[in-house]
Write a new protein. Structure first.
Length: 367
């Protein structure tokens, strides 16, 4: 019985540190798995990749976002060809990069006439997350959203102006464009010194959709919305989105990069921010409200790992081993002392017997 008790104590002391050492990584893995299920994890790195085919993206967390037809407000659409977008995220000291991949049977960039439309994809998040989560459909009056929209025709703007979009057009003369009679005036010509931008009214009025200079610089438009029908581009000097996209084998792959420092907040390490997505298929005539959309998902920014994170498991195991050694020494010491294995009950009975014997001896002396 005494040997079995000692054996059980020894197994307990030996098993405790082993269980602790084995359970630590399992607990960490379980937490990481749960975090990936809850949101997309943006990992930190020294320099973000800007090409969608960069091998660095293979090490990034990925999340498949389902998209559904926008059927809340007019113009509604009840069927869309784009049903989802695969998203990966990385960030460095200054910028956040999102790699976006979605299926699209054809590459469309508004070439071919007035009935041609663009492929596009947009990322949305609250303009100020401290105000709470707004409605994912273009925000709310008191809780606006910021939107970055990539446009396929802006990416190819250098070779996608008037003559490319309308290949069968005929022209006699465009006055105030700086071009000679018989020459097609491209949008950028109206910004020349000898031209007058007032005759390209959308550009003169500040409409980014008619700004050839902005479109030549970037393929992403930054906008703010406070509800349906309120979407507005930010000023030219605040346009800070950059994208690089390629279409291959029926699939778009794009990397959208934006500053971590926004107007009302900064994408901070350890922070989680709601994000939503939308996509347009130009071949299906989708534009404006006719699009595929997602509800809110969550983007979490990885917290840099400190040295303590790696040292803590080792310290736990070392502490458990020290307790184990001390316990084993104690067990050995008990075995080496005569009578140390006796039970507490036997010791009590022995003391009672000694006490009775003393009383008996005193009684005899008194008689």
């Amino acid at each position: 019985m005494k040997a079995n008790k000692l054996a059980r104590q020894r197994r307990l002391l030996l098993g405790a540190p082993i269980a602790a050492a084995a359970g630590w990584p399992l607990l960490a893995a379980r937490r990481a798995h749960a975090q990936q299920k809850a949101s997309l994890l943006a990992k930190s790195m020294a320099k973000i990749p800007t090409s969608p085919e960069d091998p660095e993206w293979e090490n990034a967390d990925a999340l498949d976002i389902p998209l559904s037809p926008q059927a809340v407000v007019k113009p509604r659409v009840y069927e869309t060809s784009i049903t989802g977008v695969a998203v990966r995220a990385l960030y460095d000291e200054d910028r956040l990069a999102l790699r976006l991949e979605w299926g699209d049977a054809a590459e469309d960039s508004m070439k071919g006439g007035a009935r041609a439309f663009r492929d596009a994809l947009a990322v949305e998040f609250p303009s100020d997350p401290k105000q709470g989560i707004p409605f994912f459909g273009m925000g709310e009056p008191d809780r606006p959203v910021t939107i970055y929209q990539w446009k396929s025709d802006w990416q190819s703007n250098a070779n996608n102006d008037v003559s490319e979009k309308y290949p069968r057009m005929v022209v006699d003369w465009y006055p105030f464009s700086g071009r000679n009679p018989g020459e097609i005036a491209e949008a950028a010509n109206y910004g020349a010194k000898e031209a007058d931008k007032a005759f390209l009214t959308s550009w003169a009025a500040g409409n980014t959709l008619g700004d050839p200079v902005l479109q030549a610089q970037r393929s992403v438009e930054k906008l703010v919305a406070r509800g349906f029908g309120t979407i507005t581009p930010v000023a030219d000097e605040q346009q800070d989105g950059v994208a690089n996209a390629v279409w291959k084998n029926g699939k778009w792959m794009a990397v959208l990069t934006i500053p971590r420092a926004q107007e009302k907040f900064t994408f901070a390490r350890g922070q989680t921010v709601p994000v939503a997505f939308a996509a347009w298929d130009g071949a299906k005539g989708e534009r404006g409200g006719e699009k595929a959309v997602s509800t809110w998902y969550f983007l979490s920014f990885e917290q840099p790992v400190s040295a303590w994170t790696y040292a803590a498991p080792l310290l736990v195991v070392a502490g458990a081993a020290a307790v184990e050694v001390a316990g084993l020494r104690g067990l050995r010491a008990r075995r080496s002392i005569p009578g140390a294995d006796r039970s507490s009950g036997a010791a009590l009975r022995e003391r009672i017997a000694d006490f009775r014997a003393k009383l008996t001896r005193r009684g005899k002396r008194g008689a």
